[in-house]
Ligand binder design. Sequence first.
Ligand code: SAM
Ligand code: ASE
Length: 354
Amino acid sequence: MDSAGLDAGYEVLSEYAHGFMVSQVLFAACDLGIFDLLAETPEPLDAATVAARLGTSARGTGPLLDTCVSLKLLTVRTRAGVAVYSNGPLASTYLVSSSPYGQRHMVQYLGSTTYRCWTHLGDAVREGRNQYHRAFGVAADQLFSAIYRTSAERVCFLRGLQEVWAVHGRRLLTAFDLTPFRTVCDLGGGSGALARLCVSLYPACTATVLDIPEVVDTARMEFSRGETEEEEEEEDDRVSFRAGDFFRDPLPEADLFLLARVLHDWTDARCSQLLAGVFRSCRAGGGVLVIEGVLDADGRGPLTTQLFSLNMLVQTEGQERTLAQYTQLLEAAGFRRVAHRHPGGPYHAVLARK
Ligand code: SAM
Ligand code: ASE
């Protein structure tokens, strides 16, 4: 290799080896409240003011702000010879708490729980199992007992997971015309955010969110909107919660079952068990809509989905799958006419009919 080739290789290596630092800058800036502070103040702020308002050091704050500028999270200009900072469009849209598209809780979850599990990626690959025991000292024989170690952790997970639907939910739920399906059951529907979006997009439909009892309690207490606006109340009226175990309890009858980021938590055997139950409770002519990241046919991309699949290794019992793998699971359960849409973004929609 010539020296230019060596240098290019070194650059790529260096980017990979230091990639975690980029993540940590994002995590720290969110945690410290930099984006919220800059959103609250009408004027851009200099580093000394940011440090004073957040109670952080001058030595750390300036470099962190300037690094955020290089990452295009913040913008900087000079006012009376002093650098002043404000949020860039990316931060204003996705990192400010008050934004309807805010992703802060997911960033927080990735920076705490997920990051700690990833410190043990090598062990996970060696052993072929998730790393809750090493990372948190908790047994993981019941996966969601490990995921929901404390009520704070449960709220953090559910809050984080629902945020993506504000960005990608609409295009996934309209990738197929779901108008014919009047009763929808969102299995493992968590906070109920996707079910609420579904009834708002399809005014004739009602939805039941089935999840484990602690999640249903949390969803009712922390995520019911309690707004007074009529339209939202009416939407809330069309979403109900039901506590249960989707592996053991009879499922409610429905025209359409939603399975969003549920199958990827589980082994093929568990997925087959779940889909068999879904098939039994699905009305004739009904269907199941699977929303997941989907790997390329050869499993070698896209990179983001491959990383999500490694995340399933360190955090769950499952994996991300190809369309052929989802088709096989669905058809083995009795479903047919498997159709696929990728409206853009990290997730795909796979609709199969009974
Ligand atoms: N569907 C939501 C989404 O995509 O935002 C949440 C997905 S989350 C990764 C998986 C969900 O399955 C959690 O809400 C979890 O509580 C639920 N779950 C796990 N095991 C379950 C079981 N045995 N019965 C019912 N729900 C379960
Ligand atoms: C799960 C989804 C997630 C289980 C653990 C999880 C996510 C983060 N941790 O079903 C959201 C998806 N993002 C990634 C990186 O997998």
